[in-house]
Design a protein around this ligand. Structure first.
Ligand SMILES: [Mn+2]
Length: 299
């Protein structure tokens, strides 16, 4: 199996600069070795070209900052992801801020038509241009992929490519939602397992249910992994840290359970911010999690 790695050095969807260096940090943390040690073929497709941002005063719409630049990146990313699937490879996308999930997910959905999504994140990323407080696009990609807008983010999608069915989306590890975002998630039908659910039922139970949801009646699933789902002591180098997240072992258990399913079509690791990190710790944790998703076992 070829694992085709695509870097997306963009931070325009976020408020804080720095996650554009995430792809370099993850590669530097030993990604290639971790993948080849598993007997898989590592193919690095390099990075997506990110356009230079316009001046801050030139937003066309403050509820969707850097919309043009982020959409250009996502369109380019989707076409790379589609090509990767056509070669029979598994795309691994390195962020970058979470707005890039639109490119990965639309790319995979274009090829497989009906995919589920496991979205591991401290946040819901389920705002749109009507509910957002910040106007930052990295808080909107999941809503956009589910057809809840902003429509402009998914404009490049073919008309014959359906949005992701919200009933086939599972949010895991959430602990920080905006009020209007909560309402939108509730009406959408997206499944949510909060940190409280993980505390009460355990990660094994939560992941069993999640994997059933994204596999039943679909043509496989995508994993979108925001490093801020981990608790900040485990992963300090993230764009938007929130206390009370997953432990190292909980995150690995989730990854190991995903590895038991051949139906994983594509995956991405996002929001690594080397500027806020300690000795590249967060990127190193990302690499160990990627290895677990790809089947690494203790023995
Ligand atoms: Mn996110």
């Amino acid at each position: 199996m070829n694992i085709e790695v695509i870097g997306v050095p963009v931070d325009l969807g976020a408020d804080r600069r720095g996650v554009d260096m995430g792809p370099s940090a993850i590669r530097y943390a030993g990604l290639k070795n971790a993948i080849t040690e598993l007997g898989l073929h590592y193919v690095d497709l390099g990075n997506i070209d990110v356009p230079s941002p316009k001046n801050l005063g030139e937003y066309q719409d403050p509820s969707m900052k850097y919309l043009d630049e982020v959409t250009t990146v996502n369109e380019r990313l989707a076409s790379r992801v589609i090509d990767s699937h056509k070669r029979g490879s598994k795309p691994l996308v390195l962020g970058g801020d979470h707005s890039i999930a639109v490119g990965t997910i639309i790319g995979t959905q274009t090829v497989f038509n009906n995919i589920g999504v496991i979205w591991m994140d401290a946040h819901g990323d389920f705002n749109n241009n009507r509910t957002t407080i910040s106007g930052n696009l990295h808080g909107m990609p999941l809503a956009a992929c589910a057809g809840y807008g902003p429509a402009e983010m998914t404009d490049f999608k073919g008309d014959d490519v359906p949005f992701i069915d919200p009933e086939k989306i599972v949010l895991i590890g959430v602990r920080d939602l905006d009020d209007k975002e909560k309402q939108l998630i509730r009406t959408s039908g997206v499944h949510v397992f909060t940190m409280a659910d993980i505390d009460v039922h355990g990660m094994r139970h939560v992941m069993s249910r999640a994997l059933r949801i994204v596999n039943e009646g679909t043509n496989g699933f995508h994993l979108s992994f925001d490093m801020d789902v981990l608790t900040p002591t485990e992963a300090p180098g993230v764009g938007t840290p929130v206390p009370g997240g997953l432990t190292y072992r909980e995150a690995h258990l989730a990854a190991e359970m995903i590895a038991e399913h051949d139906s994983l079509r594509s995956f991405e690791f996002v929001e690594v911010n080397p500027i806020l990190d300690q000795m590249n710790q967060t990127a190193k944790v990302a690499v160990t999690l990627i290895a677990s998703v790809l089947g690494k076992r203790i023995i």
